[in-house]
Design a protein around this ligand. Structure first.
Ligand SMILES: [Fe+2]
Ligand SMILES: [Fe+2]
Length: 191
């Protein structure tokens, strides 16, 4: 009897393994609302982590333009945290942070780049590279969340997410300008 039961339970597992389909967790999202909430928790963690990571990047930068770009984006990032809290409030949920593995990895990578570069233009170029990966992750995330909010008919939440999305895009553009205008050329000259 015991043998038959265990066979019954392992058969679907084997089938899932074979086709590459990952078994959902017991608390897996079953609708777009839940997926939206999960995404909010994830980016809420990420933004909070960035309020700690950006000052470290600014302290390790040399270019005045880069330091300014990082510090002004820190102020915006604090606003992103507050905006997300507003979005949670709009959907009647408590603001909760859930560890974002992707952002955690990007921040770690940024620290690694700092450790592996000499202070000056080369480190600045590395900090820009790491920061732009972070901005691109945020752009992708906010683009998705704003679309989810729109689909769910949450127009006020969609507007808030759109505002942050635009600021992430601007931050990314500003970093490109700082890199192209001076840092990358000087870093190449340092070779
Ligand atoms: Fe942000
Ligand atoms: Fe950002």
């Amino acid at each position: 009897m015991k043998t038959t039961d265990s066979k019954k339970t392992t058969a679907p597992k084997q089938a899932a393994k074979k086709s590459g389909v990952i078994k959902p967790k017991s608390d897996a999202a079953s609708g777009l609302t839940e997926l939206f909430e999960d995404g909010l928790k994830d980016i809420y963690w990420a933004e909070k982590a960035l309020t700690k990571a950006l000052p470290t990047m600014a302290k390790n930068a040399t270019s005045a333009d880069l330091i300014e770009a990082l510090n002004s984006h820190l102020t915006e990032t604090e606003e992103h945290v507050a905006r997300l809290e507003k979005v949670f409030e709009l959907i009647g949920k408590k603001a909760t942070a859930k560890k974002c593995d992707a952002m955690s990895g990007l921040i770690e990578e940024g620290k690694g780049i700092i450790e592996e570069t000499e202070v000056g233009v080369v480190r600045d170029a590395g900090i820009i590279a790491a920061s732009q990966k972070i901005e691109h992750y945020e752009i992708a995330t906010y683009g998705t969340l704003r679309q989810f909010a729109e689909t769910l008919g949450l127009s006020e939440a969609a507007d808030l997410l759109e505002q942050t999305l635009e600021e992430e895009k601007e931050a990314d553009k500003k970093l490109t300008i700082v890199a192209v205008d001076a840092i990358n050329v000087e870093a190449a000259e340092a070779d």
